[in-house]
Design a protein around this ligand. Structure first.
Ligand code: FES
Ligand code: FES
Length: 156
């Protein structure tokens, strides 16, 4: 076991973990952060995307011990004072989801994309989200949601 201490959605946590434990397993099984989901476990689908020190990562591709000393934000840490994050709101307004399984990862990746490029073209949005798979929407409304958030000057 290895002792890790990190901040998750603004709260500091410390735990003893097995070195092989994945960050996504730690978030879901130890902390109950089930808003972060597992779609493949092989770093293909992006459903497990969270922010590690402000940058999106696929949390099935990171060991919990690698997050020691870091700041992790999950989709559950985005809303503030009962208000959805602007990118969450844009997904809601543009209906950028159907079953919703990919949505947490899509939103976390979209925020990172807008942090890097606040005014992306449609092609840049599609390229920025290419590591996140959606089997329902055909991606059109997801792209529209990111365009909408960018048009609103979404703070990210
Ligand atoms: S569960 Fe992590 S990329 Fe699919
Ligand atoms: S909305 Fe169902 S997988 Fe994307």
């Amino acid at each position: 076991m290895t002792r890790i201490t990190l901040t998750v959605d603004g709260a500091q946590v410390s735990d003893d973990v097995e070195p092989r434990l994945l960050l996504v397993q730690y978030l879901r099984e130890r902390l109950g952060k089930t808003g972060t989901v597992i779609g493949c476990d092989t770093s293909n689908c992006g459903a497990c995307t969270v922010h590690l020190n402000g940058t999106s990562v696929k949390s099935c591709n990171v060991l919990a011990v690698q997050a020691d000393g870091s700041e992790v934000t999950t989709v559950e840490g985005l809303a503030q004072d009962g208000q959805l994050h602007p990118v969450q709101e844009a997904f809601r307004e543009c209906h950028g989801l159907q079953c919703g399984y990919c949505t947490p990862g899509m939103i976390m990746q979209s925020i990172d994309l807008l942090n890097t490029n606040p005014n992306p073209s449609e092609a840049e949005i599609r390229e920025g989200l290419e590591g996140n798979l959606c089997r329902c929407t055909g991606y059109h409304n997801i792209v529209r949601a990111v365009q909408h958030a960018a048009g609103q000057g979404a703070p990210s």
